[in-house]
Design a protein around this ligand. Sequence first.
Ligand code: F6R
Length: 612
Amino acid sequence: MCGIVGYIGSKKVSPILIQGLTRLEYRGYDSAGIAVIEGNKIEVKKDKGRVNNLYSLDGIDDLKGTIGIAHTRWATHGKPSKENSHPHMDNDKIFAVVHNGIIENYNELREKLIEKGYEFISQTDTEVIPNLINYYYKEDNEKDNLKLLRAVKNTCMDLKGSFALEIISIREPDNMIVVRKDSPLVIGKGNGENYIASDIPAILSYTKDFYFLNDYEFAYLSRDNVKFYDTNLNEIKKITKSIEWDSKGAEKAGYEHFMLKEIYEQPKAIRETIGTRLNNSKICFDELNFTKEYLESVNKIYIVACGTAMHAGLVAKNMFEKLCKIQTEVDIASEFRYRDPLIDNKTLAIFISQSGETADTIAALKLAKSKGAKTIAISNVIGSSITREADNTIYTHAGPEIAVASTKAYTAQITILSLIALYCADILRRADIIKIEEIKQDLLKLPAKASKVLKNVEEIKKFAKRVYKEKDMFFLGRGVDYSASLEGSLKLKEISYIHSEGYASGELKHGPIALIDTGITVIATITDKALVEKSISNVQEVITRGAKILLITNQNLENKGFETIINIPEVATELSPVLSIIPLQLLAYYISKEKGLDVDKPRNLAKSVTVE
Ligand code: F6R
């Protein structure tokens, strides 16, 4: 939610800022703006609308400054408008600020500032920040060179909520200050220049060396240097981490949309997530180093996440219960954190987050940790917030995921969760060894089989053309196919705006079947051999009531009135959602495209949900 970019160096800053914002637009796209130090003034150019609009703003080409901050907005407080766009300035136009996050006590702070004579021109929570900095700066009579830093620090101590901030000032035209609390921000170290962004891919084409800030750590930047301070303004040392991602990962590489590119990158994402962890049937997780004694003491596993990541958790539940014989509960992070879950030191809690920045998932992790659970974070982003909270972090290696709709992260998450379940199963030895080995071998075959599934694209395109005008669709499945159906349904609704529901096939008769009428589209997934007969009967029940069926299956099924059958390769049932989801992702993609929608940036959504 909201993207921020900053640069301090000797290059003309405005193109760098706008290009960075373009790469972050998936985080929010209702307004954009930049602030640049121009001699003894700060020039702000901003408006509602997409980042591209910035190019047409008056005077933007004349900016010559080499230090600046920028923002792309996902509105929370105040509708999209020029006034509410960032950057925001104080009343004296000395400080400019961009902010990602939410200031929960902004009303109270605003009232206090109004009493002191400050005026406000926006409805945002952010505008209190530059004015508070102004207030603390003027109050400070010290003569040292930490005056701006102190004003920023005092301001941050007054703020409740979440923030990633960039601050520039004409009082220190060669510096910039950045700080974060519960909102993402990274600093990219260059040569005689430094970059700031909400995430790594936005500035990956400039540098691969990054500093990561913890909450309430202040970075004081000049062109050649970055100094770090704690809340007592004592200097602290930090070292850079080198990121291996290829900057091409953050480009479309000839694909029309990031989503399509990312769907096609799944064989690679799965292969790289397996990496060297599975060798000659031995699974290696040095980060976990679980003993048999520890695993035998675990009486419950919680898997907690949001959206697509939670759907990956549903697939993994099956494996932890079947292969490890440990009761496993999957929960939505925003529910888990407020329902007083039963947790103690015998609980193993796994939190999945592609971005590693989802506010509810991080809060859920903190809760589980505070109650004594051992916590594992699964994330795709090195150094992301969740990785700094968990006892252990395991990375997926899907590469940067830019499209708002998650695709390759989901299949990479199932892959890594399967490896963890198999690793625990090997230690516990509670399940049939032959079955465990079979799943391991099938895991290794997933990348090649995923490539094969991607070849079905023409049939899916045709089906998308036939159904894209529909208002409702249903996704049916049993067992793991039900989990895949929930994810297929989420993909469709978020990018095509077609109402859809994922149902457990056997549950249909208990109410939802009343919605099935002549001509309605039902997408059925059948991959579980043990449940084929029952699943077919459920599909027949909807065909009888007039539904047209797209069937995704890895079984050799006779066509009993299905409109289209997509055959996918067979694989151990536990892993089958990794393959069956691919046609469903492609279906959502081509329907959205057929409707002429903005596939990569669906309305009202943002990639990384850093607010509750
Ligand atoms: C759907 C989607 C979201 C995310 C969810 C969690 O396509 O992308 O449902 O899966 O917001 O995000 P992360 O995994 O970053 O915590």
